[in-house]
Design a protein around this ligand. Structure first.
Ligand code: SAM
Ligand code: SF4
Ligand code: SF4
Length: 330
């Protein structure tokens, strides 16, 4: 046991997505005949709100809604409103591919969502369409980002996964476009999550290299972490005022300060992004009406965790099957 505190909860609200990013849901695996979870196996809004409330009682202050693509979940705004009633939650956030954000940014804001992160891997339309692999135009995601800024979500966080030979030339265009104070840009090292994305170490562009590339054009000033356990190395654009950061989960792992619990759409609790199996919290929620008892189990699952996959990665020659990213949402 490493004694890590429990600070964040990631709730995956659906396992479905309208994109097929090759690093997450490659088409060959998530094809037309792929069977997604039936409705009966997915946590209801009430179950999601209950589990968030119980986790808040255990010290969680931040909830992130994710997926799959969370905006595909019907009544997401209703869920946000239910979460907004939980007093101890200081931060309710959402990670989305942005495809449906233009229409939903305002209602989500009105329902009580605090912040939005949009995943965007390229500004070049051709590269973006190829990376989402469903020919989705980048312009619609940019509209979603602007709608989020206009709805009062600024600064909006933008996540870019960098893959060698695929979109590394988009690093500078992205840094230019999102250098203003209404954005926070995060570059994420391509990770070996799941079993299907064909990960190889030589496809990873190290965070240090990303920072070097940006520094060729921009003056950057290092920023101190916002809180213990924050995973990004952060910088401020000296001129534009915006913030950039790199998430170096491959080259500089941060397992010692990993404070995130992850719940899949079917209510399986993962204490590590690279876990091979989850704990069945859905059965617990459906079978145990006593909140105090459920909380005791959740607390013991958390305190028993020993995972530190990223720190051990190089010494692990064979690991069992890992959970897919689209199941637990990053
Ligand atoms: N569909 C939403 C989206 O794309 O923002 C939410 C779910 S997605 C699984 C959450 C985040 O995981 C996205 O920012 C995505 O880029 C990131 N991600 C997925 N697969 C990844 C990988 N292999 N390496 C690094 N990040 C990855
Ligand atoms: Fe969908 Fe997000 Fe995965 Fe892309 S990264 S396939 S948008 S869940
Ligand atoms: Fe946390 Fe697992 Fe990632 Fe380490 S590898 S930081 S324990 S999720």
């Amino acid at each position: 046991m490493l004694g890590r505190r429990l600070h964040d909860l990631r709730l995956s609200v659906t396992d479905r997505c309208n994109f097929r990013c090759a690093y997450c849901m490659p088409k060959e695996v998530f094809g037309r005949d792929h069977s997604f979870l039936p409705k009966s196996e997915i946590l209801t809004l009430e179950e999601l709100a209950r589990v968030a409330r119980l986790f808040a009682g255990l010290g969680v202050e931040k909830v992130r809604l994710t997926g799959g693509e969370p905006l595909l979940r019907r009544d997401l705004t209703k869920l946000v409103a239910m979460l907004a009633e939980i007093q101890r939650l200081k931060d309710i956030t959402l990670t989305t591919n942005g495809s449906g954000l233009a229409a939903l940014a305002r209602p989500l804001r009105e329902a009580g969502l605090h912040r939005v992160t949009v995943s965007l891997d390229a500004l070049d339309d051709g590269i973006f369409r190829a990376m989402n692999d469903v020919d989705f135009p980048v312009g619609r995601v940019l509209e979603g980002i602007e709608a989020a800024v206009e709805a009062g979500f600024g600064p909006v966080k933008i996540n870019m996964v960098v893959k060698r030979g695929v979109n590394e030339h988009e690093i500078l265009p992205m840094a230019r476009r999102f250098s203003g104070a209404q954005y926070i840009l995060r570059f994420i090292e391509f990770m070996d999550v799941g079993n299907t994305n064909g990960w190889r170490m030589d496809s990873v562009v190290p965070g240090s290299e990303i920072v070097e590339v940006i520094r060729r054009e921009f003056a950057l000033e290092p920023l101190a972490p916002n809180y213990a356990g924050e995973v990004a190395r952060r910088f401020r654009h000296v001129e534009g005022g915006g913030e950039i950061g790199v998430i170096t989960s491959v080259t500089k792992p941060f397992c010692g300060s990993c404070t995130r619990a992850r719940l899949s759409a079917d209510g399986q609790l993962y204490t590590c992004l690279f876990g091979s199996h989850g704990h069945d919290v859905r059965a617990l929620l459906r079978g145990e009406p006593d909140d105090a008892k459920v909380m005791r189990v959740l607390a013991s699952l958390w305190s028993a965790r020993e995972d530190r996959y990223s720190e051990l990665r190089s010494s692990m020659t064979a690991v069992g099957p890992k959970v897919e990213m689209s199941k637990i949402g990053g």
